[in-house]
Ligand binder design. Structure first.
Ligand SMILES: NC(=O)c1ccc[n+]([C@@H]2O[C@H](COP(=O)([O-])OP(=O)(O)OC[C@H]3O[C@@H](n4cnc5c(N)ncnc54)[C@H](O)[C@@H]3O)[C@@H](O)[C@H]2O)c1
Length: 371
């Protein structure tokens, strides 16, 4: 019941407001969080019928059909696999564990149990990203030649930011790779196809941080003794795609002056697209047959682009971040109802985690890694 716990709970409450034809109606049965009072507070705020400090109570509750796993990364594997094996459908946050081995374990449990599995790669749900995917697959950019994806944030830029689970390898995994680059890799695969090989460089720029003085949620300041940051603050990778396209992907959690600066520029032989999450409902386009000096324009997404029509009646009425999670909840419920996958799956999480592991390996060895 940190940030993602709240956003998932709100998405379950809102999903039928936007998708009234969904054949399933979610009811909030139980919430678990070990921090004293946190589950009770969430139950009172969002309407869960029961609250517990132990997630195993939820796994053993026969009235629970589906569970959101919004814990820190080191718990994804145990919690996700146990829930799936208990027959619960799971909507699990990225990056699904600390490594591709963890993601594979959860994917395996989901496949063996035959339950639905949806993963929190929410940026692919933005209507502008859906519009970009259609333009690319429809050949409107010609052949894709090269692209840049960036995920810059300042959430870890303050040197007094608490040394929470995110900065420890055993609990947070590979730092900004799993935290932000995972979203970029998912977008690359979703828009441009599979990645064949990578070469990468990584860095830690803030080597020590104060330990937290109490329970953490989100990005709080620490006041305890200094401890060592164990995982990546920054990553930059070059990717070769199966299509032959080249991609540069850069991610930083310590980028002063960059707040949720996530986006991409994609170039093809005949056109180009650009997207910036901070202007989520706009898509930069250069389409046509001029090649040189081809006009560039900004298009507002509208009904007909992705799931936009479920939220707003006409173009340029802004959607926001939480709406992407409502779309994800809809994908999850549709997957449960139909028995086929909608939205990002555990297989997507495994492929993404393999790319991230390869980036970490390349940064260690200084060489290209073939996937
Ligand atoms: N999709 C996105 O855009 C996005 C954004 C932020 C975070 N995330 C992912 O969501 C997950 C959680 O991130 P967050 O920002 O919400 O973290 P957070 O630190 O705000 O919250 C984590 C919560 O998990 C609870 N927790 C710890 N141990 C637990 C246990 N044993 N059982 C149940 N709950 C436990 C903590 O008490 C806390 O309330 C991470 O995997 C992160 O990568 C995804």
């Amino acid at each position: 019941m940190g940030w993602m716990g709240r956003v998932h709970a709100q998405a379950y409450v809102r999903v039928r407001h936007h998708f009234p034809d969904l054949p399933l109606r979610p009811e909030l049965v139980a919430v678990a969080d070990p921090e004293p009072g946190r589950a009770e507070e969430a139950a009172a705020r969002f309407g869960f019928a029961t609250a517990t400090r132990d997630w195993r109570d939820v796994a053993e509750d026969p009235t629970v059909a589906a569970v959101s796993v919004t814990t820190p990364n080191f718990l994804h594997r145990e919690v996700g696999a146990t829930l799936a094996s208990a027959g619960k459908h799971i909507w699990i946050e990225k990056p699904v564990g600390l490594s591709s081995e963890d993601a594979r374990a959860v994917a395996g449990a989901v496949a063996s149990a035959g339950v639905a599995g949806t993963v929190g790669f929410n940026y692919r749900n933005a209507p502008a990203v859906a519009a970009a995917r259609e333009l690319i697959s429809g050949g409107r950019l010609g052949l894709i030649t090269h692209a840049r994806f960036r995920l810059f944030s300042d959430y870890a830029a303050h040197p007094d930011g608490a040394l929470s689970w995110r900065y420890e390898r055993e609990r947070g995994g590979n730092g900004v790779l799993g935290d932000l680059a995972s979203h970029g890799v998912d977008l690359v695969r979703h828009l441009l196809g599979e990645i064949d090989s990578v070469v990468a460089d990584t860095a830690v720029f803030i080597a020590e941080r104060p330990r937290p003085s109490g329970a953490t949620a989100g990005h709080t300041r620490g006041a305890g003794p200094l401890g060592r940051v164990q995982n990546e603050d920054y990553a930059c990778a070059q990717l070769r795609l199966a299509s032959g396209a080249r991609v540069v992907l850069e991610a930083s959690r310590v980028a002063v002056g960059a707040q949720n600066d996530y986006g991409f520029e994609i170039h093809g032989t005949e056109g180009a697209l650009s997207w910036d999450f901070r202007r989520m409902n706009e898509l930069g386009t250069s389409l046509g047959s001029a090649y040189q000096d081809q006009p560039v324009s900004t298009v507002y997404v509208g009904p007909g682009d992705g799931e936009y029509a479920a939220f707003q009646p006409g173009a340029a009425n802004a959607m926001g971040y939480d709406d992407l999670k409502v779309i994800e909840a809809c994908h999850f419920l549709r997957s449960i109802a139909s028995g086929t996958s909608h939205g990002a799956t555990l297989e997507d999480a495994v492929r993404t985690a393999e790319v991230l592991d390869s980036m970490a390996r390349s940064a260690r060895t200084g060489t290209w890694v073939t996937l």
